[in-house]
Ligand binder design. Sequence first.
Ligand code: ADP
Ligand code: ADP
Length: 230
Amino acid sequence: MNVLETKEVSYKYPDGTPALKDVNFHASKGEIVALLGPNGAGKSTLFLHFNGILRPSSGKIMVEEVPLNYNKKAIMNVRQKVGIVFQNPDDQLFAPTVAEDVAFGPLNIGLEQDEVEKRVTESLERVGMAGFERKPPHHLSGGQKKRVAIAGILAMRPGIMVLDEPTSGLDPKGASQILHILHQLNQEGMTIVISTHDVDLVPLYASQVYIISDGHIIKEGTPQDVFGDV
Ligand code: ADP
Ligand code: ADP
């Protein structure tokens, strides 16, 4: 099943910048899909369509084979299915403590306090950040912030996680911790979509690769199709 799909999606920013042109993209359930491309290619713009933050100028977004609906309730619903981790964790972490940050989403959808606490504990454990509950997020390292941002998404229990440049700016150890977490989540059935410009890492984990340039998908397939034998 295609859990996430775009059909002929084009997008122009309000200032007229064309950012996406006729993009056809899909992720099947349980896959890891990598989106590769240089800065300004349209990766972030595409991701912002996946949970309705941006609405296509033309074309359609499908989540679990249902076209995205843009009323408030449907958007709340889709954000529980598709979690987006932004490139810069400072765009995502704004509460005074780590625990409050991770609790934000679950509280926002009206879960009971007990359930919220349970999810915060579980999610922080999953990303190796148990014990940091009371720390202010801005005191953490880049890799730790990234992991807290991932915990905040996990606390919503989405089936699909979309991560914009999850390893950018991290040292090799921080990057490998993130990849390890993503690999584990995928083993448990989560569909994962990531953007990166780190070509070397892609064949190690992705089952499908898309290359985007100047708002167009220019290549897609398995890592072997796209890069040849590696
Ligand atoms: P990437 O994530 O691959 O670096 P983006 O999706 O951020 O690429 O950008 C795609 C194109 O859209 C670029 O030309 C970029 O300058 C432009 N763009 C991004 N955000 C905006 C915005 N808010 N307003 C106008 N143009 C934008
Ligand atoms: P990324 O590579 O993750 O897309 P960028 O550096 O392209 O990051 O963009 C950082 C921020 O600036 C984003 O919020 C993006 O929407 C905005 N932005 C990028 N290009 C433009 C632009 N041409 N006009 C207005 N905002 C832009």
